[in-house]
Write a protein that binds this ligand. Structure first.
Ligand code: ATP
Ligand code: MG
Length: 418
């Protein structure tokens, strides 16, 4: 399959927005052994889009377009492709009814400009879009197949899974590449890399990639080729990497988050948690509540930013605060114990630190965070960590929440294995 990708949008030609949709589409195509032969970006210009589409359809079997399906006047991909294909745009009453229903569902009036999205290129097949108002379209042009996708990455993702992947599977006879992902939290990238040396020696460097984001490292394994050997190779690689990384691995899929994994572990242990947060301002509790059903194990949390509230709401003694300062081990431990005493949760998770950019000192520089986990079922297993995170305020707060959740996860693993 000779393939090409065309990203439409004037904003993609400027300095503000990068075309990431084509990267995502290239990755999906690669899974099916389809290499991209051409990529281009065209502004919101009907004639220019039509010219590019004609040219790409002449030279490729598959042409994927993203962007320009919206309701505003600058969204002209539909018109341009209709012109290139020599077809008319026809109004689809069923599509209009669907659009109106969608707006009604969100208690909104539909602006008349949205009616443009009910126009369909004659002879094209509509591909329903559950995540937005513009459906995708597919149509033949010469010997090529065209797909028109909306530009919003979140909508594109849904349409890829629902429509593009099945099409590619039919056309190419299935996957030519499989990947697996293992995720670890709060281990530096270089340390992960060091631990993976034996796996590199065994399987080669190329099929194992280490991807880093703040507070999280993903190790992605890729196996290519046909047949059963591929799955077996992927399995062997994954098992070896898992063994080398040990209990630091918290997830075995790309999508799983730390808050999800912690939730599953808490529910399995029939345990509850409450948080006591200073520098994260409730981020840890917020992340735990992202998971539906979190009320099974999360009792709640206290955001105690001032010393006075640390005392009033968490029972941290004024002496400890005066002697050690708010950012200290004794205060973190007292916060964790205090929130357990007041909520009756089994686990108390507390953080206090200096997120910056100001407020640091020689002794306690920006990025210093004390974390404490109190386990009422086994007080001697309670832990404290002092860490120093790099980065700006946002990163420091995020990494703090990562480490806090991971401390709880590791405690649950340890408690469960005995
Ligand atoms: P909608 O139905 O939301 O109007 P659309 O097809 O009109 O979708 P655009 O208006 O082109 O899409 O883009 C919507 C959003 O998606 C914009 O924020 C834009 O920056 C982003 N976007 C568009 N194309 C790309 C791309 N190739 N890569 C990454 N982001 C993109
Ligand atoms: Mg646009």
């Amino acid at each position: 399959v000779r393939s090409a990708i065309l990203a439409v949008g004037t904003e993609l030609l400027g300095a503000d927005r990068a075309d990431t949709n084509s990267l995502r589409l290239s990755a999906v195509l690669a899974d099916f052994g389809v290499a991209v032969q051409h990529k281009s970006v065209v502004g919101d210009d009907e004639a220019a889009i039509a010219r590019e589409v004609s040219r790409l359809a002449d030279e490729h079997d598959l042409v994927l377009l993203t962007g320009g399906l919206g309701p505003t006047a600058d969204d002209v991909t539909r018109e341009a492709v209709a012109a290139a294909a020599g077809r008319r745009l026809v109004h689809d009453p069923a599509l209009e009814a669907e659009l109106r229903q969608r707006f009604a569902r969100f208690l909104r009036r539909m602006p008349e400009t949205n009616l443009r999205q009910a126009a369909v290129i004659e002879g094209a097949t509509l591909l329903p879009n559950r995540r937005g108002t513009a459906p995708a379209l597919t149509l033949p042009l010469g010997s090529a197949t065209l797909f028109l996708f909306p530009g919003v990455p979140f909508e594109l993702e849904g349409l890829i899974a629902e429509h593009l992947v099945p099409w590619l599977a039919r056309r190419t006879g299935g996957h030519k590449r499989e990947t697996a992902t293992l995720k670890v939290a709060c281990v530096p990238e270089s340390e992960v890399d060091e631990r993976l040396q034996p796996a590199y020696a065994e399987f080669g460097r190329e099929p194992i990639t280490v991807l880093c984001s703040p507070g999280e490292v993903r190790v992605r394994m890729t196996a290519t080729g046909d047949g059963a050997g591929r799955a077996a190779r992927l399995q062997a690689m994954t098992a070896r990497v898992r063994q080398l990384l040990g209990p630091e691995v918290f997830a075995a899929t790309e999508a799983e988050t730390l808050e999800e994994v912690v939730g599953v572990a808490l529910r399995a242990a029939q345990a509850t948690v409450a948080t006591a947060e200073s520098c994260t301002g409730g981020l840890i509790a917020e992340r735990l509540t992202r998971i539906a059903g979190a009320s099974d194990y999360l009792l709640g949390g206290v955001v105690a930013y001032s010393n006075a509230l640390k005392t009033a709401l968490l029972g941290v003694s004024q002496e400890i605060l005066a002697v050690h300062g708010a950012v200290s081990e004794p205060v973190a431990r007292a916060m964790a114990e205090g929130v357990v005493a007041r909520t009756g949760a089994r686990f108390g998770l507390a953080v206090t630190g200096i997120a910056g950019p100001g407020g640091g000192s020689e002794e306690k520089p920006v990025g210093s965070v004390h974390l404490a986990l109190f386990d009422a079922a086994e007080p001697r297993a309670s832990v404290h960590h002092l860490v120093r995170f790099p980065g700006d305020r946002e990163r420091i707060r995020w990494q703090t929440s990562q480490l806090a959740l991971d401390l709880l996860r590791r405690r649950l693993v340890a408690a469960g294995s005995r």
